[in-house]
Write a protein that binds this ligand. Structure first.
Ligand SMILES: Cc1cc2nc3c(=O)[nH]c(=O)nc-3n(C[C@H](O)[C@H](O)[C@H](O)COP(=O)(O)OP(=O)(O)OC[C@H]3O[C@@H](n4cnc5c(N)ncnc54)[C@H](O)[C@@H]3O)c2cc1C
Length: 461
């Protein structure tokens, strides 16, 4: 494996094994995996890490119950297995969550829901998360906020994840292992020169341009993947990407228990209502073909109304416009499989290698889920193995992300230990610190005896 080294021309450019375009979850996941296998890696992100789709998700590690209806068994099985692998590798930023699926008498029959959940429970080899249970909404506290028409529900498991933190921790780990992670650095142009990629980078603040070289190029541009291929690399593309916008509304807290709801809509879609940041409820998402540029994405009034109406079909108290405190929107970069509707378009990932008969390879990533990012990275590196035959084997399934080296059931113990060691840290703050930094919180607070020490440390003064 080559180390990063200057080349002999006057360009002061460096040669990397891999240049990765895109600091979303897929780019950062691939960079981490690759550097851990011994490749020299540079990662280029034109803005901030996770500034694109990877901070605008519903924030679930989930199998995707509704994909069963579209026969996406491969994707669902892989995602279900990943939930537990990821939960164990990052128990600070991810935790188990229970989802309540009320039976709606006008929609899917109860036996159909139960069957779907039976498959969901068994398809992915669930070991840690509790199984599905039936819920009597007349007696269970989760029935209290719902209209009286709803009597029966099923409750199943998935996991929550802090999506943007997930991206940052992958980038952090990649950098700790030797990757060159460059934010606010755009890949402006890349071309193959004498069998190697020559990549022009632009510092988006100063406008300064530099050149590096790479033996392989990974295009993890998410919703910009086709723009990178066509505009930055000048390559004609046969594969098509389908941009599908998804929006969320955040309302004042609508219920007090820790479970989330998954509501069925008359249009066949589902909408989640999830406890969010202690005082709020997160409701989403929509599925709308996005015709505009990926960076021009906001929740339209129609989408906000749709989400309020969908959830109000179930909640006793209708959700008013005034309850909405914030909205956010992201664009799914889906592989265009020709599906009729945005809802039916595949959520599975597609990896394409182009190497013009043995030339330096370009690997482009289409689609994918936050949940499958680690497996996607493994699949990406498998595709690149012929070009780097000495590359080490896969390793990320059992390696914790920074701060994640503890058991997910020990989270409360970590918070208690922190409060004993630092009594000036209150409970809410302690939980927030352990959620962000996990076991690294100890080192971060080392020597601090009051809040102002910590604030000064953060400010670097
Ligand atoms: C509404 C919604 C809800 C979702 N919910 C879930 C969920 O609950 N669970 C789940 O598993 N998945 C979910 N997903 C899917 C998941 O969020 C995406 O699949 C994933 O975030 C895509 O990551 P990415 O790295 O491919 O793209 P991005 O995160 O968009 O990253 C691409 C990056 O490339 C950068 N870039 C582009 N061009 C250049 C260039 N020329 N130079 C340098 N950088 C460049 C961009 O700035 C961007 O940061 C959801 C998606 C949406 C939209």
């Amino acid at each position: 494996m080559s180390k990063v080294c200057p080349v002999s021309d006057n360009d002061s450019s460096e040669v990397f094994d891999l240049a990765v375009i895109g600091g979303g979850i897929n780019g950062c996941g691939i960079a981490r995996d690759a550097v851990g296998r011994g490749l020299s890696v540079i990662l280029l992100e034109q803005g901030d890490l996770a500034q694109g789709t990877s901070s605008a998700s519903t924030k679930l590690f989930h199998g995707g119950l509704r994909y069963l209806e579209f026969y996406e068994f491969r994707l669902v099985r892989e995602a279900l297995k990943e939930r537990e692998t990821l939960l164990q590798a990052m128990p600070h930023i991810s935790w188990p969550m229970r989802f309540v699926l009320p039976h709606h008498s006008g929609l899917r029959p109860a036996w159909f829901l139960r069957l779907g959940l039976f498959i969901y429970d068994h398809l992915g080899g669930r070991k840690l998360l509790p199984p599905t249970r039936s819920v009597d909404l007349k007696t269970d506290p989760v029935g209290v906020p719902l209209k009286d028409d709803f009597r029966k529900a099923f409750e199943y498991s998935d996991c929550w994840v802090e999506d943007s933190r997930l991206v940052v921790l992958n980038a952090r780990d990649a950098a700790d292992r030797g990757a060159d992670v460059r934010t606010r650095t755009s890949c402006d142009h890349a071309e193959r020169v004498e069998g190697i990629w020559r990549v022009t980078l632009r510092d988006v603040d100063s406008g300064a341009k530099t050149t590096i070289q790479a033996k392989a190029l990974v295009n993890a541009g998410g919703p910009w993947v086709d723009q990178v291929i066509q505009n930055r690399l000048g390559i004609n593309m046969s594969d098509r990407i389908r941009l599908v916008r998804g929006s969320h509304i955040v309302t004042k807290k609508l219920f007090d228990h820790p479970q989330s709801y998954i509501f069925q809509n008359a249009d066949g879609r589902i909408v989640f209502a999830i406890p969010y940041e202690n005082d709020f409820t997160l409701i989403g998402t929509t599925d709308v073909d996005h015709e505009d540029a990926p960076e021009n994405v906001t929740c339209t009034p129609e989408e906000s109304d749709y989400l309020r109406k969908s959830a109000s079909e179930y909640f006793k108290r209708p959700i008013e416009e005034a309850d909405v405190v914030w909205t956010y929107s992201g664009v799914r970069p889906l592989y265009d499989d020709g599906a009729k509707s945005a809802t039916a378009a595949t959520r599975d990932y597609v990896l394409k290698v182009e190497d013009r008969d043995g030339d330096a390879p370009l690997l482009s990533i289409f689609g994918g889920k936050i949940t499958t990012y680690r497996r996607l990275a493994e699949a990406a590196l498998e595709k690149l193995t012929p070009y780097f035959p000495k590359m080490r084997r896969d390793w990320t399934a059992t390696e914790a992300l920074p701060g994640g080296d503890f058991k997910y059931t020990d989270f409360d113990r970590l918070v208690t230990e922190l409060r004993i060691a630092h009594p000036w840290v209150d409970e809410v703050w302690a939980r927030r610190l352990v959620r962000a930094y996990g076991t690294q919180t100890r080192a971060l607070l080392e020597g601090a005896t009051r809040k102002s020490d910590w604030v000064r440390r953060l400010a670097g003064t």
